[in-house]
Design a protein around this ligand. Structure first.
Ligand code: MG
Length: 252
C-alpha cells in the first residue's frame, strides 16, 4: 500500500516493483552535463559535423545527437569503422578530439539550460548529493560549472570521460558516480537528456529521469529505459518538488 499518491506515483511504483523494492531512499542525484545543464548540443553537433566531414567520412549533422553521451574517442572510432573500415588509432582519436574542442570553442558561447538551476536547487534542498556524470572531457564547459552552478558540484564528485574506461551507454559512469557518493542504485536518481545516457542510467539501477531538450523524441527515451520523461527542463523544474516528494514517500 502507498501512503501517498501523486501524479508521479505510477512511474515510482513501476520502478519499485521492477527492482523488488518496498521504497526508495534518494540520497544522490547523478547529473549529465551536455544538453542537461547546458544548451550545448547545437554547438556539439556542429563541431562534430565539421570535424568528421573534413576526414572525408560521410555524415549528417543530426546523427550526432544520437551519439550524445559517448566519449569523443568512442564516437571517432565508430565513425572510422563505418566510413573507413578500420579502427582509429589512439593518436588519431586524441588529435581529432582536440580539433573538435577547438571547433566547439569557435562557436558562440553556450547558454545554461533554462530550468536546470531550479532543478539543481531542488536536489540540494532535498539533501541529495549532486554528482556530475559526463562523457565529455571538454574543460571549456566543465570549468564553467562553479560560476554557473555555484555550490552545486563539489570538485570531488565529478565523473568525466577521464574517469571511466567504458562510456555511456555502459552503466560504468553512473556506477562509479554511486561509488564516489557512497550510495546504492536504489538511493540514486539519474538526470539525462540523451538515449545512450538514459540507457546507462537505467542499466545502473537508478531511477532515471529523461528530459527532451533537443530533436530526439520522447519515445526514444522510453525505449532506452527512462522511468519518467519530461518534455523540457522548465517542465521538470515546475514539477521536481512533487516528483522528489513522491520518490521519497512512496511505500509498497
Ligand atoms: Mg547529455
Amino acid at each position: 500500500m502507498m501512503n501517498t499518491a501523486s501524479i508521479y506515483s505510477q512511474p515510482v511504483v513501476a520502478y519499485l516493483q521492477r527492482n523488488g523494492l518496498n521504497s526508495l531512499n534518494p540520497k544522490a542525484a547523478l547529473i549529465d552535463m551536455d544538453g542537461t545543464l547546458y544548451d550545448s548540443m547545437v554547438n556539439h553537433t556542429a563541431a562534430w559535423h565539421r570535424l568528421i566531414s573534413e576526414t572525408g567520412i560521410p555524415c549528417t549533422r543530426d546523427e550526432f545527437y544520437l551519439y550524445e553521451g559517448r566519449t569523443g574517442a568512442a564516437t571517432i572510432d565508430a565513425l572510422f569503422v563505418r566510413g573507413l573500415g578500420r579502427h582509429a588509432t589512439d593518436e588519431e582519436k586524441e588529435r581529432l578530439y582536440h580539433l573538435k574542442t577547438v571547433y566547439f570553442q569557435e562557436l558562440p558561447p553556450v547558454e545554461v539550460m533554462p530550468g536546470a538551476p531550479a532543478v539543481m536547487e531542488a536536489f540540494k534542498v532535498f539533501g541529495l548529493k549532486r554528482v556530475l556524470v559526463t562523457g565529455s572531457g571538454q574543460s571549456s564547459l566543465i570549468n564553467r560549472l562553479d560560476s554557473d552552478y555555484p555550490g552545486i558540484f563539489l570538485p570531488e564528485l565529478r565523473i568525466t570521460s577521464r574517469s571511466v574506461s567504458r562510456g555511456k551507454p555502459d552503466p560504468e559512469p553512473y556506477l562509479k558516480a554511486m561509488e564516489l557518493a557512497g550510495v546504492r542504485p536504489d538511493q540514486s536518481i539519474v538526470l539525462e537528456n540523451a538515449p545512450l545516457g538514459v540507457e546507462a542510467g537505467h542499466r545502473s539501477g537508478a531511477f532515471t529521469i529523461a528530459v527532451t531538450t533537443g530533436p530526439i523524441p520522447a519515445e526514444e527515451m522510453w525505449r532506452a529505459g527512462a522511468d519518467i520523461v519530461f518534455p523540457s527542463m522548465p517542465a521538470l523544474a515546475e514539477n521536481i518538488v512533487l516528483l522528489l516528494t513522491t520518490l521519497r514517500d512512496t511505500r509498497l
